[in-house]
Design a binder for this molecule. Sequence first.
Ligand code: GDP
Ligand code: IMO
Ligand code: MG
Length: 429
Amino acid sequence: MPSIVISGGQWGDEGKAKITDLLSNQADFIIRYQGGANAGHTVSTEAGLFKFHLIPSGILFEGKICIIGPGTVIEPSFLIKEIEDLKNKNINLNGLKISPLASVTMPWHIAIDKATDTVGSTGRGIGPTYTEKAKRSGVQIYDLLNRNYLENKLTKILPKQNQTLRQIHDLPEYKLEEVLAEYLNYGEILKPYIADTINDLHKGRKSGKNILFEGAQGTLLDITFGTYPYVTSSTPVSGGACVGSGMGPTSIDKALGVFKCFSTRVGDGPFPSELEEKSVEAVKLRQDGTQWAEFGTTTGRMRRVGWFDTVLARYAVKVNSLDYIAFTKIDTLDAFDEIFICVAYMHKGTGEIVQDLPYAAADYLRDFEPVFQSVEGWKENTHGVRDWDKLPEKAKNYINLLSQIIETPVAILSTGPKREDSIILANIF
Ligand code: GDP
Ligand code: IMO
Ligand code: MG
């Protein structure tokens, strides 16, 4: 009956959805605990390619309870579209449940996000929605089910918002009656899914059900632990699973961190092991000529790419208390003669070599340069290999070396986007 939290160890897009989907057939509950439609989670199965933004990646298995948790932010029209798209693909959504406590992204949050962004945000209104939540003036999902609640909140929020929109951003204002009608209508549409997710989860836990917590974004985008201020506005690290779900830390048994075998980042901010955008290696890492190339799932932006960074990974292991690692995309490295690993940082001023960082804030990270070690590439196919013993020796050595440097065992190695393209090295359930 374990509860397992799956979080991203890098800057997002590590393949969390692939791993969540893979483990979902053993789970009874799958809950997204933070973030919003800034996430783009890709799952590839025989039924096709699915791109989730808010709905947990476990939804493809019938009979699972899939919760959009209290710590998330929801833009209702976007969620409704995601629901409709899945229905059109004949996916059964009976197990979908939405927390009444989730925060609602209003149209002005998106307008303000786009008008004020300084970090290369996804433009989905995430920062402004979490800001409103922290200011204690946000709309929550339960408000959409009650005209009085919603009208009271909008009456307080809208005059101030309209003033800001008009005077500071030169953006159009919103009319209370129109917003009220639109959002009550969203409430009507989403009502069948809105449920008491906290009691459902606790009853599940008590009766021995398996629970998966699916993180969005990644450790280095965490509002506290990431490369601040180039971060998102929520808590992707494993601890976020508690505050974003309604289950305390004693109800979570294991933490699994997902890492690519190299590094990518979309948006701005420091990236110590980054390769020059047009370098041969970067092009090779980014664009292998296939559907799984490195372009953002949500915004279509080109992902910045670089080598695996063990300094940041060691940090991620700590701030998530990771028990296990899932490595993805080993197959992307198949064509390389030589693969580099960032094994330490050198302080640009003092020359000091470090393997452990106290924090990863942007200004601080910029004081260091990466120290690389190279390993020989395997130059053989690993794509779709499903058996550890069938991997090239050098590929096994690469994974073992990373695991050894970051002092964490590997539970899963992913060799392709499909569910079956996976090697299970430890049963974490
Ligand atoms: P997430 O946001 O962490 O869920 O990751 P994304 O879905 O945004 O990005 C990961 C991409 O890598 C997706 O296109 C996946 O289909 C793909 N992917 C996942 N695992 C593997 C793998 O082992 N090999 C390859 N080639 N692609 C993978
Ligand atoms: P998944 O769940 C990669 C990045 C944005 C930007 C920063 C802040 O698919 O891994 P935001 O819109 O959240 O205010 O943007 O965070 N970002 C992601 N990068 N994967 C994601 O999600 C991301 N969600 C946000 O590019 O740099
Ligand atoms: Mg993604």
